[in-house]
Design a protein around this ligand. Structure first.
Ligand code: PLP
Length: 463
């Protein structure tokens, strides 16, 4: 129970910021199965991954042993520009809902990229520079990741090529301009700069592109360029590791006031912010030290946890990445085009997938009109205009707080407010105009996606 009056915003001092990331895998009794090289059907080795990813990131990716991994001073110096991030007691939202629950949110949108993605962008750019590389490459869909990485590349002095899903580049010209302002090169994908892009352009002329296609182009670029590596903004274990600063800061801030959450909620696209937010609390749960209810929230139009299959699948639609054992809708799954609310990735972090499979967390799916209803409610009472992705977590935090009201329970709810929605105003416009609709894939739609899961030896008996 809280003993001191809790302020609206709990800030940590720079000294209280974490000096090491938290590796939840050190506490997992069942590790997720290894990545598989589709060519050999054998587990990927560090040397096999080295042409694609930075060495240090590979080491972190494969580390199941160390609970704490020190954050190098060069990254801490950059973190200090935008961290620690505030933990906010949502007094106004609590008042509006009339709930006996306490609601807290960790706000990661206080930097120009407008999201938590800068936490991993900073780390990955630092390691690329330390390795002596000249350039890095990546893809971006909505644009937050591309912006975050452009900021980090500028800070550490690296060249960056961002393959941006063509429809996003067209629909979000301002986002593209922010990325260019930080000195990165933006290439609308599919493009004619790679074999993967040319192939898709010839098969589907006029396509608006997809995240999977952009990944394929960025990976190919890294593989075919000297002194260049590929950098990914979610899904992988080392990205979740970097995002553990969110959970560590939250825990330190709440502990100052003697507060322990009962429920921790995050939106899930690839699973990185959620995995980072829950990491230290999940480590304790795995050790039997708490019984926190962890809830990952996904869009009903892209329901990888709640309706997907736990199998090996490609991480990209062009099927060139390693296979990961994860909850997936199939690498060829495309969410309905009227889905505006972000979080449209077909798969899910292998760590989050394994923890879900083993029953340590739950997942909930929500429809986008309900998500925007919560977003608008939150903006009007708490002031911050949330990213549509973040609003998935808001929706479920509100639902949980209303449940507490009905049941007369004083729970402590913590959720991740991953970012701001300034570049998502087309989606807000749809909502405000009353033209937003919900599309939930039918079982037949999902079957078409599942049909794109590779029918390979590691999946035999699983499909
Ligand atoms: C990218 C993004 C997400 C989803 O990515 P995860 O890897 O699932 O965290 C959520 N919120 C915002 C604001 C984002 O930019």
């Amino acid at each position: 129970m809280a003993t001191k009056q809790i302020p609206y915003k709990i800030y940590l001092s720079e000294e209280e910021m974490p000096k090491a990331w938290y590796n939840v895998k050190a506490h997992m009794k069942t590790q997720h199965p290894p990545f598989i090289d589709p060519a050999t059907q054998r587990p990927c080795t560090a040397s096999g991954l080295a042409p694609v990813f930075c060495d240090e990131c590979i080491e972190q990716e494969l580390n199941e042993r160390d609970e704490h991994i020190p954050i190098p001073q060069g990254i801490l110096d950059f973190y200090r520009m935008f961290r620690p991030s505030p933990l906010v007691r949502a007094y106004c939202l609590e008042g509006l809902l009339g709930t006996p629950a306490q609601i807290y949110y960790k706000f990661e949108g206080n930097n120009t990229s407008g999201s938590h993605k800068l936490n991993s962008a900073a780390a990955q750019a630092y390691y690329a520079k330390k390795q002596g590389l000249k350039s890095i490459t990546t893809e971006t869909g909505a644009g937050q990741w591309g912006t975050a990485l452009a900021m980090a590349a500028a800070y550490y002095g690296l060249q960056l090529d961002v393959y941006m899903v063509k429809v996003s580049a067209e629909q979000k010209p301002y986002r593209r301009e922010v990325i260019r302002t930080y000195g990165a090169n933006v290439i609308p994908s599919p493009s004619d700069t790679t074999n993967a892009g040319r192939k898709i352009l010839s098969e589907f002329p006029g396509t608006g592109g997809s995240l999977g296609c952009a990944i394929s182009e960025a990976v190919e670029k890294a593989l075919t360029s000297d002194s260049c590596r590929y950098v990914l903004g979610s899904v992988l274990d080392h990205v979740l590791l970097h995002q553990s600063v969110i959970g560590l800061e939250s825990r330190t801030a709440l502990e100052k006031y003697g507060v322990q959450p009962d429920t921790v909620i995050g939106c899930v696209g690839g699973g990185s912010n959620f995995g980072g937010l829950i990491a230290p609390y999940m480590g304790d749960k795995l050790d039997g030290k708490n019984d926190i209810d962890f809830i990952g929230v996904e869009p009903a139009s892209c329901p990888s946890l709640t309706r997907g299959k736990f199998v090996y699948d490609f991480c990209d639609s062009a099927q060139i990445t390693p296979l990961a054992k994860m909850y997936t809708l199939g690498c060829g799954f495309m969410p309905s085009p009227n889905h505006a609310g972000g979080l449209r990735y077909h798969g899910m972090s292998p760590i989050v997938s394994q923890l879900y499979h083993d029953g340590y967390l739950r997942a909930v799916s929500v429809e986008q009109s309900k998500v925007f209803e919560a977003a608008v409610m939150f903006a009007r009472c708490e002031g911050i205009l949330p990213a549509p992705e973040s609003a998935h977590a808001i929706r479920v935090a509100v639902d949980e707080a209303l449940r507490c009201k009905k049941e007369g329970k004083k729970k402590v709810i913590l959720f991740g407010l991953t970012g701001t929605g300034y570049f998502d105003l087309a989606a807000y416009k749809q909502y405000n105009d009353g033209t937003m609709t919900d599309t939930v894939p039918t079982d037949a739609d999902l079957e078409r996606g599942f049909a794109t899961i590779p029918d390979c030896p590691v999946n035999e008996g699983l499909l």
